[in-house]
Design a protein around this ligand. Structure first.
Ligand SMILES: [Mg+2]
Length: 374
């Protein structure tokens, strides 16, 4: 089997007349082969940058576009192809967007391989530990603290036993932060797991520690990205002194950055995004390192049903892969909102692990036509 083409599809919403909350764009790839099997992948990154990294013709030994490297190759040789892409793009890649682009293609190669062997992806990854995975619902908080009561309650009614909020105004003002957490906790009670995501907006460890202390009464399960992912001392201080679990890592790529984060930052939870960290191939290495460091891996996931399917197969194949993020964005691109024909099913707070071959999903071509940027 040989790779014959790599299609890079840039999707953008809102279409005229529609509003959406995050999930405003997506970059997906379709890797085609001469045996008629097509693999699907995506990267939750900057679409135009990823498109360029895949499609650009090579300008020197270490500045290859990924597509040129893969045409004519056997898509089943995933580990070798990962290394070929990494090595041959290392002036423009190695970290950041270069790895985001590799992630999209890596997911598509795993999809091809599992379809070729006619097994669900979790079988190819070693077998599934479970048939369903608990999901936590993520929402962006409303500006007025009291308005978040209803948002959170609706998610509980939908079946979630675990919730997170972050983005929006969270992190901008200590009193507003306190009030939002208070209103949400009062509304949902203490039986529902609750975590918050600062998206680095607490800025410094000193301020973050003060806030962690102030929020102790609300029994938060974890505090995510209190400070930037380069702040080693900040993370280690927080991990040592905060009573809540400290989480982070969605912005990191490759086993090299995660090794540093896991060994030196001392987090309780690590959150690689499968469409950014280096794909399924690299995610497996990061999982093993997390285990060795006594850290739980809970993937970041706030994009399309492709990301969700790849993450669910991966988690199913991990002994401790028991929790997945589930975006509550209203974007038509996200989860089961239209792009994927047979998305991962959400039922009573759980995501069902599919047993169809490959990722087990197909894309809706009509939907792609409607939202594709040409
Ligand atoms: Mg986050």
């Amino acid at each position: 089997m040989k790779i014959t083409d790599i299609e890079v599809i840039h999707l953008r919403v809102p279409a005229p007349g529609e509003v959406c909350e995050w999930g405003e764009d997506a970059i997906i790839v379709r890797v085609h082969t001469d045996e008629g099997i097509t693999g699907i992948g995506e990267s939750d990154s900057s679409p135009m940058v990823i498109k360029a990294l895949i499609e650009t013709p090579n300008s020197n030994l270490y500045c290859y576009g990924l597509k040129e490297l893969l045409i004519g190759e056997n898509p089943l040789e995933i580990a070798r192809l990962w290394q070929k892409m990494y090595w041959s793009s290392n002036y423009v890649g190695r970290r950041g967007a270069g790895i985001h682009a590799i992630s999209a293609i890596d997911i598509a190669l795993w999809d091809i391989a599992a379809k070729y062997y006619n097994v669900p992806l979790h079988t190819l990854l070693g077998g599934k530990f479970r048939d369903r995975i608990r999901a936590y619902g993520t929402f962006i908080p409303a500006d007025r603290p009291e308005d978040n009561r209803e948002i959170a309650l609706k998610l509980v009614e939908k079946g979630f036993k675990s919730l997170k909020f972050g983005g929006g105004v969270l992190g901008d003002d200590p009193d507003t932060d306190y009030q939002i957490v208070k209103h949400v906790r009062e509304a949902i009670g203490y039986e529902i797991e609750l975590q918050i995501d600062l998206a680095t907006k607490w800025g410094t460890a000193g301020h973050a520690l003060r806030m962690c202390k102030r929020l102790e009464e609300f029994d938060l399960n974890w505090i995510e990205e209190p400070v930037l992912a380069d702040d080693i001392k900040g993370y280690t201080k927080l991990a040592a002194q905060a009573t809540q679990k400290i989480a982070g890592g969605e912005a990191l790529t490759t086993r090299y950055e995660f090794k540093d984060f896991l060994e030196r930052f001392d987090p309780d939870i690590v959150q690689p995004d499968i469409t950014r960290c280096g794909g399924i191939t690299e995610m497996r290495k990061i999982y093993d390192m997390a285990q060795l460091n006594g850290v739980q891996l809970i993937p970041h996931g706030f994009s399309t049903g492709i990301l969700l399917a790849a993450s669910v197969h991966f988690l199913a194949s991990c002994e401790h892969g028991t929790l997945m993020e589930y975006s509550e964005s209203t974007s038509p691109l996200v989860n089961d909102n239209g792009l994927v024909i047979n998305p991962i099913a959400f039922h009573e707070g759980f995501l069902e692990v599919p047993d169809r071959p490959g990722l087990g999903i197909e894309l809706n071509d009509e939907f792609i036509k409607e939202f594709q940027v040409n």
